[in-house]
Design a protein around this ligand. Structure first.
Ligand code: TYD
Length: 136
């Protein structure tokens, strides 16, 4: 799988009793899953994120409701609208990411490639921009 930001469609088992989707490690997402967390009870219209990771890669699914994920690589900004539980957004490392416009009762599932480490975060946009510019 290529390592650009991308929407990845997940398997979808349609059933009159309710649909089912799944993710297998290293098969449906382009990294080995190390951690998962979820964001819930977000007041409608709220925003989160506002950081980049030096190493961590993520895959985000809107299990319920909807939200926008805005990705910025220092050159261009792209907005992805997530509102279905059968696809998700792959986010490579070193992308500034914000999640905004959470609908009321939305639920964001996040798969991560690394253990949680505060030292992996870049929380200041100027620092992010500076780091990116000096890598290219
Ligand atoms: P953070 O990733 O900073 O979320 P946001 O950018 O949306 O504010 O996480 C919020 C807090 O939760 C922060 O103090 C770190 C903590 N946290 C963990 O302890 N483990 C985790 O796996 C995650 C994702 C966050």
């Amino acid at each position: 799988m290529n390592k650009d930001p991308q929407i990845i469609n997940l398997p979808k088992i349609l059933d009159k009793r309710g649909n089912l989707s799944f993710i297998e490690n290293e098969k449906h997402v382009p990294f080995a899953i190390r951690r998962t967390y979820w964001i819930y009870d977000v007041p409608g219209g709220e925003a989160r994120g506002g950081h980049a990771y030096q190493e961590n890669e993520e895959f985000i699914v809107a299990l319920s409701g909807s939200f926008d994920v805005i990705l910025d690589n220092g050159k261009e900004k792209k907005t992805f609208f997530l509102n279905r539980s059968y696809y998700g957004l792959y986010i490579p490392k070193m992308y500034w990411r914000e999640i905004s416009n959470f609908s009321t009762n939305s639920l964001a599932l996040v798969l991560s490639s690394t253990d949680f480490a505060e030292s992996d975060y870049i929380r200041n946009y100027d620092n992010f921009f500076f780091t990116i510019k000096n890598r290219v």
